[in-house]
Design a binder for this molecule. Structure first.
Ligand SMILES: Cc1cc2nc3c(=O)[nH]c(=O)nc-3n(C[C@H](O)[C@H](O)[C@H](O)COP(=O)(O)O)c2cc1C
Length: 175
């Protein structure tokens, strides 16, 4: 069973999860730009991970536009997967047939506002403004409150244990 764990990460949290997953699955760890689309067919299974940016899964077109024998996708975002509804994100990022057939796992990353680029900093400032809007603190959802609370700070929610459901699923698929 030849498995590739392919990732695209801006600040390293997706890379961290990809590294843990590749180690557990005895897979090749590959940065998205280091593989050509036609090489995907060389693998029995592809696990693709992308950071979440403004509801987009970084670089996911590699696997949505090119065939893989078996495909698993994971996203890494700041939002808490236990309380987040990802249906809109999946509708936006996955074409029809994959939307219903591919298994997607959601993992929690982190952010350090001191080190993010200027464009991303501006986007986050805008998102904060839009999130708060004219709402009073009581009107914010848990998710919005978490975003506002962590704004401007350094937070790291990466957790090796969180990959277990993905690993179990991948091992089942590999049988
Ligand atoms: C401009 C910007 C937009 C983001 N948009 C989202 C988002 O829509 N949903 C989410 O859960 N996290 C969002 N995040 C948080 C990142 O997904 C999070 O920091 C993740 O761990 C980044 O992955 P990376 O370290 O692999 O680049 C955003 C971060 C930035 C800087």
């Amino acid at each position: 069973m030849r498995i590739a764990v392919i990732y695209k990460s801006n600040y390293g949290t997706t890379k961290q999860y990809a590294t843990w997953i590749a180690a557990e699955l005895n897979a090749e760890l590959i940065e998205r730009t280091s593989i050509k689309p036609r090489e995907l067919a060389d693998y029995d299974m592809v696990v693709y991970g992308g950071g979440l940016y403004a509801s987009g899964i970084l670089g996911v077109d590699l696997v949505t536009e090119n065939p893989c024998k078996r495909l698993i996708i994971f996203t890494v975002g700041l939002a808490d997967p236990n309380t987040t509804d990802y249906s809109k994100i999946l509708d936006k990022n996955l074409p029809g047939e994959l939307r219903s057939s591919v298994k997607v796992f959601h993992l929690r990353g982190g952010i350090d506002y001191a080190t993010i680029g200027i464009v991303h900093r501006g986007m986050m400032a805008m998102m904060r403004k839009m999130t708060i809007g004219n709402k009073s603190p009581e009107q914010l959802s848990d998710e919005e409150q978490a975003f506002v609370d962590t704004y401007g700070k350094k937070v790291d929610f990466t957790d090796r244990q969180a990959i277990k459901p993905l690993i179990d699923f991948a091992k089942n698929q590999a049988i």
